[in-house]
Design a protein. Structure first.
Length: 160
């Protein structure tokens, strides 16, 4: 059986997002397209990748930070009795986040000629759910863990 390569199994029609898109718009986009992440492209150049888990990570960090700041603003006499409101500029800074704020810039990419077994090893080693297939700075496709599971289910993925 010939070796299966990334170019053979990648999803070639890749939906991308821009770094200036709001996280609210991103969430709506991901839900409407029934995907969990997308490459971030600016002026035709791949600059990152963003997923729902990146949004959750960012929001979790911001909630933790705002909680710590609120605790620091309470006096010992009023601790726990009145909710402390964050200063307006800080509140604004914690909202209106964009894709650029949440995206991952350390990209894991492969070429279309990369063996699918190597793609699987990368996904496992890096604890990620998708890898971008690129030529230079251009995204040619994406391979997700679901794509690899599909190969196994179809009995197309064998040790080479």
């Amino acid at each position: 059986m010939p070796m299966i390569r990334a170019g053979d199994v990648m999803q070639a029609s890749v939906l991308t997002v821009s770094p200036g898109m709001s996280l609210t718009e991103l969430e709506d986009f991901l839900v409407s397209k029934r995907i969990t992440g997308a490459p971030v492209v600016e002026r035709g150049v791949l600059i990152g990748i963003v997923s729902r888990s990146d949004i959750v990570r960012l929001l979790s960090l911001e909630r933790s930070l705002s909680g710590l700041i609120a605790e620091g603003l309470e006096s010992p006499e009023t601790a726990g009795t009145n909710p402390v409101r964050l200063p307006e500029p800080l509140t604004r800074a914690l909202t209106g986040r964009t894709v650029r704020d949440a995206m991952v810039v350390e990209l894991v990419t492969v070429s279309p000629d990369t063996a699918v077994t190597e793609v699987a090893r990368l996904l496992v080693a890096r604890h990620i759910h998708r890898v971008l297939v690129t030529e230079g700075e251009t995204v040619r496709g994406v391979i997700s863990t679901l794509d690899l599971v599909r190969l196994v289910a179809e009995d197309r993925l064998r040790e080479v």
